[in-house]
Design a protein around this ligand. Structure first.
Ligand SMILES: N=c1c2ncn([C@@H]3O[C@H](COP(=O)(O)OP(=O)(O)OP(=O)(O)O)[C@@H](O)[C@H]3O)c2ncn1[C@@H]1O[C@H](COP(=O)(O)O)[C@@H](O)[C@H]1O
Ligand SMILES: [Mg+2]
Ligand SMILES: [Zn+2]
Length: 149
């Protein structure tokens, strides 16, 4: 039995995972699959976007993350304007294969978010002080601290 009691990185180089022959991602009825990107070294979640089949193929073929931008209606090579390309080290899918997870290094100045924050997830939701049930935002703490709108 594998000892899972000790904390270890979620992602170890060479760790045995299901290989590409069984990687059959399920695209939704809109032709898209959610894609999470984490920093291959720190493990921080960097961003979330969507892929269509072409984006996934281009990602695997080139080693750089491609997405489908719904708002712009186009294939999007992340970093094509900013230089913050995502060099993909590993692509995983989840148990029911309807999400993909990219482990990547951020090129350029190492900033994944277009706001200038290292990660898109630089804020956390907190309950409002009046306990009205609504939520307000505040800037997250380290290591993703940034005061960006
Ligand atoms: N660079 C980014 C960027 N980086 C990370 N993200 C995240 O990626 C998510 C999806 O991007 P899109 O908005 O294009 O995609 P979408 O399908 O419309 O997603 P929703 O906004 O509808 O959720 C965003 O919501 C952000 O959380 C970015 N979203 C947009 N951009 C824009 O992409 C353009 C090119 O930037 P580079 O790719 O870095 O050169 C610039 O105009 C940027 O403003
Ligand atoms: Mg958007
Ligand atoms: Zn962002």
């Amino acid at each position: 039995m594998t000892d899972t009691s000790k904390s270890s990185p979620a992602l170890r180089p060479g760790e045995t995972i299901e290989q590409t022959s069984s990687f059959l991602p399920k695209f939704g009825s809109d032709g898209l699959i959610p894609a999470i990107v984490s920093d291959a070294r720190s493990g921080n979640v960097l961003m979330f976007a969507h892929m269509n089949e072409q984006a996934l193929q281009q990602t695997i073929a080139t080693g750089f993350a491609h997405f489908w931008s719904r708002s712009r209606g186009k294939l999007w090579k992340k970093g094509e304007e900013s230089g913050n390309l995502l060099s993909v080290k590993e692509v995983r899918t989840d148990c029911d294969q309807d999400v993909v997870w990219l482990l990547a290094d951020v090129e350029g100045d190492g900033v994944a978010c277009h706001t200038g924050a290292p990660s898109c997830f630089y804020r956390r939701l907190i309950a409002s002080p009046d306990s009205s049930g609504s939520l307000s935002l505040e800037s997250a703490g380290l290591p993703l601290d940034a005061d960006h709108d």
